[in-house]
Design a protein around this ligand. Structure first.
Ligand code: FAD
Length: 412
């Protein structure tokens, strides 16, 4: 177990990556070592279920649980504040309430900043499009959806340039279509999908197996127009203008924004790249700050190829947890002398379930960044399955995840 003086591990963020990292580190350190988690939210939100919230299929209490009781039980100190900045030289984290916390090891798991401001008129705060990227946005999207049902018209769903969470916009697209059909509104509410991806089903990875063909076929069957290489110039009330001059009218629109790193991390000297993401090596350690680790969306992962319109690499919840486990293992190794573990980014595997309301598509790819690129249908590490089982898989994922994490179990 850990040597001599007690150590303190500080974790910034308590979602997929941060919660997993904190619980894993806690499991393997001495009781006298401290694990401290900071997050401005006092509840965990299962973000994957937010795609259902606008349609009234989930409420906040269905997809969230309080963090304090869990951490209390597990011997982790929970600080319900945001980090305001990190001084990597002094090994301290400043909190928004003016506290300063020393750390021996730091795990940054602060997720994305939703960079709506990069596109005029984008987003629910002062803009015209909706978002399902956080609980507040999903709740507001429900009100917009209710207004849409009273006064239906065209719908536009997509991911903006610089975005990376492509799976979320596909899932939302399929669910919107499902709801429109159920409401008998197909004739008055044609659906268009816009995406920064160079082709449909690219996912920021160059495709997964034959995902390009599968996704294109899926959209075709549903009668949805898909526009890849889409770059949004501006959103105005009721219309989106794309680069090239095309204007898409809408009565309801949900667009996943560009992602950046959170300000507190971006502005901390020596910690992040200019966009605010934290560089990492194969141990999920900062290449220049040996006591700093990062996991999840907060990490800097270069896209595997240059695309016409900037498209980021997706860092799914499942990938974020894997990263956090490796980072935690290496933090414990640093503190106890146990063996370290390397997991090159290219060796990460990904499981992606795209729910479509009553069916969907499941993708599974090993070595996703190495083999997803340009893989054809024969790619041995990629598996794609379409059908109602995808919908049931998503429901099972939600149920299992919430039940296990509430109890502090971190195995996927
Ligand atoms: C609509 C939608 C559907 C999705 N569906 C799936 C799916 O089906 N399967 C899947 O695997 N993935 C899915 N994802 C992706 C998944 O939600 C993300 O990969 C995951 O949330 C990333 O986890 P994270 O811990 O890195 O970041 P986040 O979940 O974004 O969490 C970051 C945490 O850091 C906290 N934080 C922010 N700033 C600070 C600060 N300064 N100090 C302290 N804490 C801070 C935040 O409050 C938050 O709790 C979906 C995403 C969306 C948007």
């Amino acid at each position: 177990m850990s040597s001599s003086s007690p150590k303190r591990v500080v974790v910034l963020g308590s979602s997929f990556a941060g919660m997993t990292g904190a619980l894993e580190v806690r499991k393997h350190l001495d009781d006298r070592d401290e694990v401290v988690v900071l997050d401005p939210h006092d509840r965990f939100t299962f973000i994957p279920s937010l795609i259902w919230m606008p349609f009234g299929a989930r409420d906040a209490e269905d997809v969230t649980f309080p963090l304090a009781p869990l951490y209390d039980k597990k011997g982790v100190e929970f600080v319900n504040e945001a980090a305001a900045g990190v001084d990597v030289a002094a090994h301290t984290v400043a909190t928004t309430d003016g506290r300063s916390l020393d750390y021996d090891k730091l795990l940054v798991a602060t997720g994305p900043r939703l960079a709506f401001e990069k596109i005029p008129g984008l987003g629910p705060d002062g803009g015209f499009t909706q978002s399902v990227c956080n609980l507040d946005h999903a709740e507001r999207a429900r009100l917009a959806w209710e207004r849409f049902l009273e006064n239906p018209g065209p719908v536009v769903v997509g991911t903006a340039q610089g975005g990376s969470c492509f799976g979320a916009s596909y899932e939302f697209l399929f669910n919107v279509h499902h709801r429109i059909r159920k409401a008998g509104l197909e004739k008055v509410a044609p659906v268009t999908f816009i995406t920064a991806e160079p082709f449909l089903g690219h996912f920021g990875l160059g495709g997964v197996g034959d995902s390009g063909k599968r996704v294109e076929g899926f959209l075709e069957r549903l009668g949805i127009e898909g526009i890849p290489n889409a770059s949004i110039v501006e959103v105005r009330e009721g219309e989106i203008e794309l680069d090239g001059g095309r204007v898409l009218p809408f009565a309801f629109s949900m667009i996943v924004p560009p992602f950046a790193g959170v300000d507190a991390i971006r502005e901390s000297e020596g910690l992040a790249n200019p966009v605010g993401f934290v560089p990492i090596d194969d141990r999920f350690r900062h290449p220049e700050q040996e006591d700093v680790y990062a996991a999840g969306v907060a990490t800097a992962i270069a896209p595997p190829e240059t695309t016409q319109v900037p498209a980021g690499v997706p860092k799914t919840g499942q990938m974020s947890e894997t990263m956090a486990k490796v980072a935690a293992e290496n933090i414990v190794a640093d503190l106890t002398g146990k063996a370290h573990r390397d997991l090159p980014i290219a060796d990460l595997s990904a499981i992606c379930v795209l729910d479509a309301g009553n069916n969907g598509i499941i993708f599974k790819a090993d070595n996703v960044l190495a083999h997803g690129i340009y893989a054809d249908g024969d790619e041995p590490t990629a598996h794609v399955m379409a059908g109602p089982q995808a919908h049931w898989a998503k429901l099972a994922f939600e149920r299992y995840f919430l039940a296990s994490r509430k109890r502090g179990v971190t195995a996927f």
